[in-house]
Design a protein around this ligand. Structure first.
Ligand SMILES: Cc1cc2nc3c(=O)[nH]c(=O)nc-3n(C[C@H](O)[C@H](O)[C@H](O)COP(=O)(O)O)c2cc1C
Length: 192
């Protein structure tokens, strides 16, 4: 029996059942792969750690909605509101989604500055890490989504593999940032 992308054909000749000799017969089995509707194309389930950088809670609210989207795709998802280096390290061979706003003038929110600095100081390389970034900001700043860009630059330097494009959301124009984030996450989750 050979499995190709086409129909599976099982052929048997001179099949004997008890004393009855049956003629040659052929059975065709159609295997339908459900790739439409709600089913995902891939069966692979990823371990995803969502790390959040936030000042006023916008990025956290967005992260909670995105977590639901990814969990509905049957990924194993954990959300870290104030993620620390050791938690990040448990995902070093898995997938991390960073969701961060920008504060000050292009700065990283204080709840994840220690994590950023430790990643920079303690790790040279993170080649087995796959990651994505959702950056929240305000386009009127010339440092639009600066925190997301700084994380991305560091992870690229360390050889981590970004899945998809960095998503930048202008939260002044789109106060319901979770809507944009969720539709992006749906596509991103399918790439894992
Ligand atoms: C004091 C302050 C500074 C900000 N600085 C920037 C900035 O440099 N670049 C940017 O893109 N957005 C900036 N923003 C916009 C925030 O990133 C944006 O409002 C975001 O939605 C806040 O999300 P959070 O509630 O998760 O912190 C700033 C907002 C405030 C209040």
């Amino acid at each position: 029996m050979v499995f190709n992308s086409g129909p599976i054909v099982i052929t048997s000749t001179n099949l004997h059942v008890k004393k009855l000799s049956l003629p040659t017969f052929q059975v065709r089995i159609s295997v339908v792969l459900h790739t439409g509707g709600k089913k995902r194309e891939s069966n692979s389930m990823a371990q995803i750690g969502i790390f959040v950088g936030t000042v006023y809670g916008n990025a956290l609210l967005t992260a909670k909605e995105v977590e639901l989207v990814l969990a509905a795709q049957e990924h194993q998802v954990a959300l870290f509101k104030n993620g620390i280096f050791e938690q990040w390290q448990t995902y070093s061979k898995e997938v991390i989604l960073l969701i961060t706003s920008t504060t000050g003038h292009g700065e990283i929110p204080s709840n994840i500055i220690p994590l950023f600095q430790q990643l920079k100081n303690k790790l040279n390389q993170q080649p087995a890490l796959r990651y994505g970034i959702i950056a929240l900001g305000d386009r009127s700043y010339d440092t639009f989504c600066g925190a997301g860009h700084r994380f991305d630059a560091m992870l690229q330097d360390q050889g981590a593999n970004r899945i998809g494009e960095l998503l930048k959301i202008d939260t002044l124009e789109h106060p319901n940032s979770e809507t944009i984030a969720c539709s992006w996450a749906k596509q991103w989750g399918a790439l894992l």
